[in-house]
Every structure is written in structure tokens, then in C-alpha cells.
Design a protein around this ligand. Structure first.
Ligand code: SF4
Length: 366
């Protein structure tokens, strides 16, 4: 159990009297708790990240979300955005993927969990009442993992029913873990999409520390589909290594064998992206990792990416294999330029069109 990794809890004073706080403390009775005045006092020095990040993965910070929970996904100019909205319910994650972009973003040495779930539900109610039927495609897996701490938080048990019957709303629960047994009885609910990031087993073992094996993710996806949920997959980040073609081809074939194509709402492809400052950080934290050693170029958004020719080749091969293994799934590129879209798919979606395609995969006709 991943929650066994947690060995320290920091409790923001204001967060003490929320039901989620009581639930988490009751489930971790032996973990020492330290009450703090305000989480801003915890901000840690940027240049010492490699030193405090391991501790940040084992410390929970229970805090109150004071801003809105719902935010647009931080898309980037020059790249096509899928129009997803983030529910910021937590920040950081107890797993430790070598390539994780959060290593460069978190500034507090802890996994922040926002405990004011009642405010989140009230915000969803208000948003829906203000614009009924206008379309809400939301996800909780952008700044952390949607299942990793769910046995502590009990969040998905409350969120999933909110989406039931709301025909133009959808929730994506995105993860590299498989703890969904308690959630399956909440189906059928086609407005909820259980999504898994996929990579070949050799990449999972080498780069995705504490994540579930590929076979377990696919088994969980099959169970979610059988329980009446939609499922989705993200080949993101696609990682280049000698032998990548055979490894990804096998992974796609396993996906096709495990999950009925008609249950798949979408599959995204995204090549590895790194903030330049992450490269030395990855070398220090994960000396055996292959992700930071491949040649990359700085893209217009300032991130390092593989050369275009390699990205196009990888996307093209994945597209070909997925077309056979999951013919009914909608494929899209995550944060890619119009030019790459054209080279891979022969077309570029117009502004807002990608978002509408994905909406149509999950929203039901009224
Ligand atoms: S599972 Fe996601 S959020 Fe967690 S460490 Fe890996 S990439 Fe980061």
C-alpha cells in the first residue's frame, strides 16, 4: 500500500476541523502530526530540490484550498490544447517517476492535500447551476495521481456520483495505480472515465517508481469498463530508447487484448517534455535513468523535446498500431504543434475543435 510510505503529517491549523482531515488522521493513527500556522512558511529553496524532494514524497500536508478548485489546464501558446479543466484537489504524489514534471514545480516539501471537499462540491454545484449543460470535462490527475491517496482521502466516492446523469459533464480519474475495487460498485456511470498512463513494462520498472505494473493497469481498466465506466489511456510521456518500437508495439497489443475498444473514450500521445532545469535534477536523483540522456531540443514553450522527426515517427507508429488494437478510440496528441498534427494525422484541428471532439466522446445527447 502506497499510503504506508507516509511517515509525517503537517496539518495547517485551518484544516483541522474538516471531515477529510479526520478521515486521513484516523487512517494513519501512528504517523506523527505537526500543526503549522500556514503552509507558506514551508516553502523550500529551489536550488536544494534534490535534497528535499525524497522527503516531500513521504510527507502529507493537509491544507485548505482557498482559491478555486476548477482551473483551465495550463496549456501553452503554439500547441493545440484539449480544453481539459483541472480540479486541483492535491499537489504532488507519493510515487516517484524519474521524468515527473512536478519535481520542477512543487515548492513545498510535502504532498499537499486540500481537505475542504465540501467547498469543492459547492463550487461544482454553483458552476453547473450558472451554466447548466454548457459542458464540463474535468480531471484530477494533472497535479498528482487521482488514485494514489484515494483510500485516505475518499474523494472519488464523493465525486463520481456528482457526475451521474449530468450528460454534459465528465470526470477523468487518471492514474498509474489500480486501487479501484471500492469504486466499481458506483458504476455504471458513463460520465466517469478511468484513465491510465501506459508505458512498456521495462520503462515502468526503470522510471516509474512505486507505480503499478502494466498488466495490473490493464486489468483494472478492463474491470472499470465491465462496471460501466468509460476508460482512457495516455501514452505520455513516450520515451525513446533502443528497442522502443518492439516494446511499444507489445504494449499496444496488450491493451487491445485486455480492453474492449468500444469502452475507450480517448487515447493521447505525448512525447517526453522536460523543463531544462530538470535534466541535472534527474541525473542527480535517478543516476540510472535513461530519460535525461537522450538528445533533445528547446521548443518554443521553453521545454526540451525530442527532435520533430523522432516525435513524428513515434506518433506515427503508435497511431498505426492503435488503429488496429483500438479502432474505435479517439486518438489525439497532447500539447503538440499544428505542423506535427498534420504530419501524423494529415490534418490540424481548428481552434477549439479538439476540445469538441473529446467532449463528444463523453457527453451524451440531451
Ligand atoms: S505518478 Fe504522475 S504525479 Fe506521480 S510521480 Fe509519476 S508522473 Fe509524477
Amino acid at each position: 500500500m502506497l499510503t504506508k510510505r507516509i511517515h509525517r503529517i503537517l496539518l495547517e491549523k485551518e484544516a483541522r476541523n474538516y471531515p477529510m482531515t479526520r478521515r486521513i488522521l484516523a487512517r494513519l493513527p501512528r504517523v506523527p502530526v505537526e500543526v503549522i500556522e500556514d503552509r507558506r512558511v514551508l516553502e523550500a529553496p529551489d536550488h536544494e530540490r534534490a535534497g528535499w524532494l525524497p522527503e516531500a514524497k513521504r510527507t502529507l500536508l493537509l491544507a485548505v484550498q482557498k482559491g478555486p478548485f476548477r482551473r483551465p489546464c495550463p496549456g501553452t501558446k503554439d500547441y493545440l490544447c484539449c480544453g481539459y479543466q483541472v480540479l486541483q484537489v492535491a499537489l504532488n504524489c507519493p510515487m516517484d517517476c524519474s521524468y515527473c514534471v512536478l519535481q520542477g514545480y512543487v515548492n513545498v516539501p510535502a504532498i499537499t492535500v486540500f481537505v475542504n471537499l465540501e467547498d469543492l462540491l459547492a463550487e461544482l454545484d454553483a458552476g453547473w447551476a450558472a451554466n447548466p449543460g454548457s459542458g464540463m470535462r474535468l480531471g484530477t490527475g494533472e497535479f498528482g495521481d487521482s488514485l494514489a491517496l484515494d483510500s485516505l482521502m475518499g474523494l472519488n466516492r464523493r465525486l463520481i456520483p456528482w457526475f451521474k446523469g449530468r450528460r454534459s459533464a465528465a470526470l477523468e480519474i487518471k492514474s498509474k495505480r489500480t486501487e479501484i475495487d471500492d469504486l466499481l460498485p458506483l458504476g455504471p456511470n458513463p460520465q466517469v472515465v478511468f484513465a491510465w498512463s501506459l508505458n512498456p513494462e521495462e520503462v515502468i520498472r526503470a522510471e516509474e517508481n512505486y507505480a503499478a505494473p502494466l498488466a495490473a493497469r490493464l486489468q483494472a481498466a478492463a474491470a472499470a469498463a465491465a462496471a460501466g465506466f468509460r476508460v482512457a489511456f495516455h501514452f505520455d510521456p513516450l520515451i525513446y530508447f533502443p528497442g522502443w518500437e518492439e516494446a511499444y508495439r507489445r504494449t499496444v497489443a496488450s491493451l487491445g487484448e485486455a480492453v474492449p475498444s468500444g469502452a475507450i473514450a480517448w487515447i493521447s500521445l505525448g512525447g517526453l517534455r522536460l523543463l531544462p532545469a530538470m535534466r541535472p535534477l534527474i541525473h542527480r536523483r535517478f543516476p540510472g535513468s535513461r530519460v535525461a540522456s537522450q538528445e533533445m531540443v528547446r521548443a518554443p514553450d521553453g521545454k526540451l523535446r525530442y527532435f520533430k522527426s523522432l516525435r513524428v515517427e513515434m506518433y506515427g507508429r503508435l497511431r498505426e498500431w492503435l488503429g488496429e488494437a483500438a479502432p474505435e478510440a479517439r486518438l489525439y496528441l497532447c500539447m503538440e504543434s499544428p505542423r506535427i498534427w498534420r504530419e501524423v494525422f494529415g490534418l490540424t484541428p481548428a481552434a477549439g475543435e479538439l476540445a469538441r471532439w473529446l467532449d463528444r466522446q463523453v457527453f451524451l445527447p440531451v
